[in-house]
Write a new protein. Sequence first.
Lengths: 113, 117
Amino acid sequence: TQLLEQSPQFLSIQEGENLTVYCNSSSVFSSLQWYRQEPGEGPVLLVTVVTGGEVKKLKRLTFQFGDARKDSSLHITAAQPGDTGLYLCAGADRGSTLGRLYFGRGTQLTVWP
Amino acid sequence: NAGVTQTPKFRILKIGQSMTLQCAQDMNHNYMYWYRQDPGMGLKLIYYSVGAGITDKGEVPNGYNVSRSTTEDFPLRLELAAPSQTSVYFCASSYRGRGGKSNQPQHFGDGTRLSIL
C-alpha cells in the first residue's frame, strides 16, 4: 500500500511548456517535502511545506500544500531541459517523533529542447 | 563538505554471498536511514537509527541488518544475498534536536547500485 500517490508517473514535454505534478494521500502529514533526483545521484530537497494552504515559490517552481495537509502539488512554469529529473514527494509522519518520511513513487519528468 | 558518503558505488554479488554497504556522514546528524529504490517504486525504508547504539526496523527490513556504533557511520549488512535484493540503496541523514519538528530535511548519499546474480 502506497501512502502517497503521485501523478503522473511519467511526463514528457517540450521546453517552454507548463506542467503540474500531484501528490495525494488519505493521511494527514505534519509537513510535506519535495525532492528532485538526477540519474546516478541521491534525492536533493527542493522545499518543505508545513502549513495547510501554504504556497512556496522557488524561481519557476510553485509548491502548494493542501488545506487539509493531505495533498500537495508542484507547478513548473516554462519548463527547461535542466528541470529534467525524478520528482519525489515525501510526507512526514504526523505522529512520529522519529523524523520518518513516506515517499511517493515519483514523477519522471523529461523536458525536450 | 562531503555530506553523506556511500561506498561502494557499484557491486555485483552472487546469490548467497554477503556484503556490507558503508555509509558515513560528517554533518554530526543524529538520525540516519537506509532506503532501497526500485524502478517506479519510490524509496522504501529498510532501517533507521536515531543515535549511536539505537536502531529500528523500517518497512522492508527482512534480509538486512544494521549497526550504529558511532554517530558518523551506519553500515548496512546483507547476510545471504538474494535476487530480490537487487536495487539501488540510499543512505540518508538528518538532524533533530529535542522536541524538534519532524520536517527536517534528509540529506542523501549518491547510492550503491547492487546486482545479485
